[in-house]
Design a protein around this ligand. Structure first.
Ligand code: CP
Ligand code: NVA
Length: 305
């Protein structure tokens, strides 16, 4: 059956747990330099309507490492930028490749593409969600601290695509998210695609959100697409900078994560992101391993490990 990964909850709890285990196996074989080419002759098309370093590199390198090839497309150089309907692009592109990754603006765009695609479509970031990143983040947490079930994640800053995805993941994998945003930037449960509100709690003061947390995380104050609001956001978010004081009220063994790119001195201090609790480089690397597990699963289904 054709499966897409357009938002975190497109896969079940069991499928996510399988992916974490599979990513562990794929990563350890890769670290031992064992060749593994289950996707030989398969092609990934990557469509970027926004900038990227990690997403492009991890998908392109990952597909290559699995024996397949990847093609980079962007709005500027394709007919998508000249008004070709996204539904037509879905029909055509999915007849020529085996799997597609898209980074775009509204979630609706990727959903329209997927509804006309014959092959799996992966969300490489939309305004609403960034599921591949949270997959990597949870895998990183598991590597460092064990299962995330029952743990508390503190989300400090903007209620953006990363925050929404953390909230969906919390419902599915049964952990808690403490969110603190400036007034006017609160979570919109409908936009986050939440079923209930049992797994998240809002805090006015970011210190209270961090208290007792197992993981503290944040993201840029101005996401791609919101650049016109940058000046207003710099003012509104000034007190939502993750600093050593916030980390000090989290659990002593708490880790710090950031999906990157980061702005030291804005959403996080250099002391925290470059400090001993930060796992941001592992988090970035793990995009590669989890996405290899994801592409393998969407194309080949569950494999014996
Ligand atoms: N974290 C992330 O998705 O990074 P890029 O924007 O560089 O792909
Ligand atoms: N929230 C950020 C994430 C970048 C990887 C953005 O959407 O720009």
């Amino acid at each position: 059956m054709l499966k897409h990964f357009l938002q975190f909850r497109d896969l079940s709890r069991d499928e996510h747990l399988y992916l974490f285990e599979r990513a562990r196996v794929i990563k350890s074989r890769f670290k031992r330099y064992e060749p593994y080419h289950p996707l030989a002759d398969r092609t990934l098309a990557m469509i970027f309507e926004k900038s990227s370093t990690r997403t492009r590199l991890s998908f392109e390198a990952g597909m290559h490492q699995l024996g397949g090839s990847a093609i980079y497309l962007n709005t500027r150089d394709t007919q998508l930028g000249r008004g070709e309907p996204v539904e037509d692009a879905g029909e055509v592109i999915s007849r020529m490749v085996d799997i597609v990754m898209i980074r775009t603006f509204e979630q609706e765009i990727i959903e329209r593409f997927a509804s006309h695609s014959r092959v799996p479509v992966i969300n490489g970031l939309t305004n609403e969600y960034h599921p591949c990143q949270v997959l990597a983040d949870i895998f990183t947490f598991i590597e460092h601290r064990g299962p995330i079930h029952g743990k508390t994640v503190a989300w400090i800053g903007d209620s953006n695509n990363m925050c929404n995805t953390w909230l969906q993941a919390a419902e599915l994998l049964d952990f808690n998210v403490h969110v603190s945003t400036p007034p006017g930037y609160e979570v919109e449960p409908e936009r986050a695609g939440l079923y209930g509100t049992d797994h998240f709690e809002s805090f006015v003061d970011p210190m209270d959100a961090c208290r007792g947390a197992d993981l503290v995380t944040t993201d840029v104050w101005t996401s791609m697409g919101w650049e016109a609001e940058n000046d207003a956001r710099m003012k509104a978010f000034a007190d939502w900078q993750v600093d050593a004081e916030m980390m000090a009220v989290a659990k002593p063994e708490a880790v710090f994560m950031h999906c990157l790119p980061a702005h030291r001195g804005e959403e996080v201090t250099a002391e925290v992101i470059d400090g001993r609790q930060s796992v941001v480089w592992d988090e970035a690397e793990n995009r590669l391993h989890v996405q290899k597990a994801l592409m393998e699963y969407l194309l080949l289904g569950k494999l014996e490990t």
